[in-house]
Write a protein that binds this ligand. Structure first.
Ligand SMILES: NC(=O)c1ccc[n+]([C@@H]2O[C@H](COP(=O)([O-])OP(=O)(O)OC[C@H]3O[C@@H](n4cnc5c(N)ncnc54)[C@H](OP(=O)(O)O)[C@@H]3O)[C@@H](O)[C@H]2O)c1
Length: 298
């Protein structure tokens, strides 16, 4: 039985959907069984034949983290430590999700898993602490660092852009931060693959993996493609909306963002024998699906 922690979040919802579609038995918990409470976690697992734990719970408010440091640290570092400790006690593998924000954004070519980490904000710092905590508690872990996530069931850039495009004559989007958007489906499929391989008794090397869709673009490039595909699908109805580039400086935020956060995905593709999708194809899948939530673009 796979245990999905954070099953009500954007990624957690998708992971549950993917497991369900593939007929894998799972249980889900969210804030009802707090990751901050080891005893509650242990109590939940008791007698349930847990075979795998996947943690999608986190503190994800990047800007608010700058002023809620302790809350971010508790959820991003102490919580994952509790889960890792329990995974070790139960003798089961643990998949955890981390972020490109553990890097400082000064690289100029795709970043590999062993590149030195150097977070530039509280969110990234606490996520990096979570990675370390996990490796201190258990050996049987997979930390999947991802970036620029969007999914059908959460607030995200794609929905926000379409809404803005339909209600404004123009939108301005930063053109000096490079990375790769990632459909939650991509990440959920990687999680499924790891669980499947292990369930079949195949060994999958433990450690850190970089998992995003393929490509290297700016948020402005992403917005332009959302506009183009959105118009094609009838989701962007305001065809006259102009999509303009701007510099990060024009929109100061409490937390600094890495300027370059393209992750090198060679390791995950080689280890799992998969080819990750291109970001444009993933966006197309997102927009054409029945799961696309029209309420979120009104
Ligand atoms: N979103 C991105 O762009 C992005 C990029 C890179 C990496 N990531 C990582 O990807 C993972 C999934 O992100 P996401 O965007 O899907 O997150 P999300 O939508 O914010 O979901 C997080 C979930 O954790 C739950 N939670 C909060 N406190 C909890 C607690 N004490 N115990 C148990 N559950 C608790 C939340 O419940 P409440 O709503 O009730 O608080 C929420 O359902 C995270 O590890 C994140 O750091 C995300």
């Amino acid at each position: 039985m796979v245990w999905i922690i954070g099953n009500k979040g954007m990624l957690g919802t998708q992971v549950c959907r993917t497991l369900s579609e593939n007929k894998i038995d799972f249980l889900g918990t969210d804030s009802d069984v707090s990751i901050l409470d080891y005893t509650a976690l242990e109590g939940f697992a008791a007698g349930k034949k847990i075979s795998f734990i996947v943690n999608c719970a986190a503190y994800t408010a990047v800007d608010k983290a700058e002023s809620e440091t302790e809350k971010a640290r508790a959820l991003n570092a102490d919580g994952p430590r509790n889960i890792a400790r329990l995974a070790k006690k139960l003798g089961v593998p643990f998949i955890h999700i981390s972020t490109d924000y553990v890097f400082d954004g000064t690289a100029s070519s795709p970043i590999s898993e062993d590149a030195p980490i150097k977070p530039i904000g509280v969110y990234g710092e606490t996520k990096a602490e979570g990675e370390k905590a996990i490796s201190e508690e258990t050996d049987d872990f997979y930390i999947l660092r991802t970036a620029w996530l969007y999914g059908w069931s959460g607030k995200n850039f794609v929905y926000t852009m379409i809404r803005a495009m339909n209600s404004h004559d123009s939108v301005k989007v930063v053109n000096d931060q490079k990375g790769t958007p990632t459909n939650c489906v991509t990440l959920a499929n990687v999680i499924l693959r790891i669980i499947g391989k292990r369930a079949e008794g195949e060994s999958v090397q433990n450690g850190i993996y970089h998992v995003t869709d393929l490509g290297e673009i700016t948020w402005f490039d992403f917005a332009k493609e959302i506009f183009a595909q959105g118009v094609e699908r009838g989701l962007v109805t305001n065809r006259g909306c102009a999509v303009n580039p701007c510099a990060t400086e024009e929109y100061p935020t409490p937390a600094k963002r890495p300027a370059y956060s393209v992750l090198d995905k060679t390791k995950v593709q080689r280890t799992l024998g998969i080819t990750l999708p291109d970001w444009k194809d993933s966006l197309a899948e997102f927009l054409r699906s029945e799961s696309f939530d029209n309420e979120r673009i009104r």
